[in-house]
Design a protein around this ligand. Structure first.
Ligand code: SF4
Length: 98
């Protein structure tokens, strides 16, 4: 991993922590799984210019794909219904990862 990649991951991780905090959610407490999602977001940002969800398919159409820039348009519903977003990045505090 280059220093740039490392710095980008750190930036995204800090952003995700703050975003979770403002919504009273928590991040996945499994460091390994959390790292996979953060790395995926950083890679997509580097490759495609946006932090596209690493767990969803991009169509290649920028307008359509705006829906899956993290935080995607689905995450609030998923967290409310399932306890976590599709990527298992954000969790409700009362439904922490097992
Ligand atoms: S599923 Fe989670 S990680 Fe993926 S874009 Fe939505 S909020 Fe971000």
């Amino acid at each position: 991993m280059t220093e740039d990649e490392d710095a980008e991951e750190q930036t995204i991780l800090e952003w995700a922590k703050n975003y979770a905090k403002t919504h009273h959610w928590i991040l996945n407490s499994d460091e390994k799984k959390l790292g996979v999602v953060i790395r995926g977001l950083a890679r997509n940002k580097k490759k495609f210019g946006e932090q596209y969800c690493p767990c969803r398919l991009r169509s290649g159409d920028k307008e359509k794909d705006a829906a899956i820039i993290c935080p995607c348009i689905y995450h609030e519903d998923e967290i409310g219904k399932d306890g976590s977003c599709h990527c298992r990045l954000y969790f409700r505090k009362d439904a922490p990862p097992e």
